[in-house]
Unconditional design. Structure first.
Ligand code: FAD
Length: 311
């Protein structure tokens, strides 16, 4: 979050939540053109093709079947089936190291923890059987307690499950002490529009929290996924982990599909473990709005395309 981002981010996220904004982006060619810089396609086959291409360049991958806040049991069931298919495709492809990442509101968390667990449990079981990793995304702050509860249940069943923790959330500094010992944690800054009393709003505070959380997680012997494109944080992690014997067996860099491809390739070429998060599916709009809000230049790119197309 640079200065311009922290000023524009709430505005972009608010404007993007209007139905007309959604129609303008999803129903026009410029909108789709911007979206497919960040989304690998609408099908699992397209996501696997992207995974193969990344793998050929030495990058690991993680598939995210897009969707969140489903409203019916049928939609949650469809999401579960999509994730089971993604797990199977990753396990069947010998040429790809593909994990999956799920959002619990896509599996029924808005209904109840039990409804969500009924859909998540088969995914956890399948991940164990196929020896694949399943990460749980962290969504907006109202879901944190329930997400941690589902994660704790899942981790009791299988250690193939990990959880995302957000450094912008003030509560994360306490949350990391209640995680199961040694579990895998993806550390992110946080992407949602949140009230000022629950998050740090200044970039330097979010970054300082990130550095502190990383140090705590490392000291507590968690496996840590450093999920950021921030060059300063990446450099700090690199220096610190290089000094640890076997440090890189517990730490991995992670970045988003279409973001800082140069940095992804450079780190992989230098021998560091890097995994790329590959979103795919038809429900790409909310994901795209978060990527636009992170970098106002993405919005200008969309607007200039729109003007050019309609001119
Ligand atoms: C693998 C992965 C998984 C994630 N999972 C979650 C999750 O579960 N929950 C959650 O809340 N958030 C998640 N995020 C998003 C995260 O919270 C941030 O919003 C996002 O990564 C941008 O922050 P940053 O750490 O890259 O730092 P920033 O300070 O925002 O950005 C640092 C630099 O990265 C580049 N950059 C960052 N974002 C973009 C972009 N959209 N387009 C172009 N360039 C960009 C720019 O060069 C920028 O200067 C995830 C991120 C990654 C990489």
């Amino acid at each position: 979050m640079g200065l311009s981002t922290s000023v524009f981010r709430p505005t972009i996220l608010r404007v993007a939540s209007h139905p007309w904004a959604r129609r303008t982006v999803t129903g026009t060619r410029p909108g789709r053109r911007v979206a497919f810089r960040f989304v690998a396609g609408e099908t699992l086959a397209e996501a696997m093709a992207a995974a193969r291409e990344l793998h050929s360049r030495g990058l690991r991958t993680m598939l995210d079947h897009l969707g969140e806040h489903v409203e019916t049991p049928k939609q949650a069931l469809a999401a579960r089936e999509a994730y089971l298919s993604a797990l199977a495709a990753g396990a069947d492809a010998e040429d790809v190291d593909a994990a999956i990442s799920v959002k619990l509101t896509q599996l029924g968390l808005d209904v109840s923890v039990d409804a969500c667990w009924a859909n998540f449990e088969p995914i956890v079981q399948s991940a164990g059987e196929k020896d694949r990793l399943v990460m749980i995304d962290m969504e907006s702050h109202g879901y944190v307690d329930r997400t941690l509860e589902v994660f704790a249940r899942a981790y009791e069943r299988s250690q193939h499950v990990g959880i995302a923790i957000q450094s912008y959330l003030r509560r994360s500094e306490a949350d990391v002490f209640s995680l199961p010992e040694g579990c895998r944690v993806r550390l992110v800054k946080g992407a949602y529009l949140e009230p000022d009393d629950v998050v740090f709003t200044r970039k330097r505070d979010v970054d300082a929290s990130y550095a502190r959380l990383f140090a705590t997680l490392l000291a507590r012997e968690h496996a840590v996924d450093v999920a950021t494109h921030d060059p300063t944080l990446i450099e700090g992690v690199r220096t610190r982990v290089d000094a640890f014997e076997y440090g890189w067996s517990r730490v991995e860099f992670q970045m988003l599909y279409g973001v800082r491809r140069d940095l992804q390739s450079r780190l992989a070429a230098d021998g560091y473990p890097v995994r790329v998060y590959i979103p795919y599916g038809t429900e790409w709009y909310p994901y795209l709005t978060r990527r636009m809000a992170e970098r106002p230049a993405n919005v200008w790119f969309f607007i200039s395309n729109l003007v050019r197309t309609s001119g």
